[in-house]
Design a protein. Sequence first.
Length: 310
Amino acid sequence: AKVETLIGAVEAGGTKFIVGVGTPDGTILSQTEIPTTTPTQTLPLVRAYLRESAANFSTNGKLSALGVASFGPVDPDRSSATYGQITTTPKPGWQFVDILGDLRSEFPVPMEFDTDVAGSALGERQWGAAKGLHSFIYVTVGTGIGGGIFSNGNLHHGLIHPEMGHMLIPHDRNRDPFDGVCPFHGDCLEGLASGPAAAKRAGVSSGKDIVWDDAAWDLEAEYLASAFANCSLMISPQRIIVGGGIIEGGGENLLGRVRRKVQEKLAGYVKHPLLEDNISEFIVSPALVRNSGLLGALALGSVALSRKSE
């Protein structure tokens, strides 16, 4: 069956683009994966899939809106000359690529563009673990660490967008002499607690080869708890949603440690029953584990659609 309102969704990732179409209620009708090679190879395939899907699923053969959630850093500022571009990414060939301009050349519809984590945050707000909240944080811990801040009913943007993965946290070099892997900061949060950091510290080539023992999980929890305690003090979110490969691997064992350490670090200073008695409802896993990125892009597209109708 064809639908009247069809939203295009593009999750632009460093290794693959996931492209799909769906409806404003969060139903994905069709999706595909396209390898991230070079912009001149990848982007025409993205457009072709959206064109074909619009013909197959939309009553008028067109998209109503489009949402793009991209690996970053990106420029999400509508008034900026480089809006819609991936900016200073270390990914070869993708610096200052105008993803949005490329898509707009073929699809002149309302569009919304943001980071992948901001998209995922919005998806959790509309259909997942942040329904009904006005302020929360979404963090992903995997190959990199990134965060989206939803504040007073909107995704937070300032100069650009939050780069929570690069916050500076305490690093006890006696306990952990590891220098960190961030090419910019060395031992920032991502430099100490991302998948590549854990692998390099363990002396193995990839995250899949790490044998996580008790001490390794405890160190990971220590770094994440420092970050989440800082976030709790600075942003005062109603909830912290944390996902990504390392969280999925560590499960409740890791999250339980993180929660206890956050309580220890805050030391009863922030008075709230969630932090004191129900911290398992304050630091939670995402509800949308499968397709969180694509649903995030779909959520961005539905924001573009609602902005058009204002």
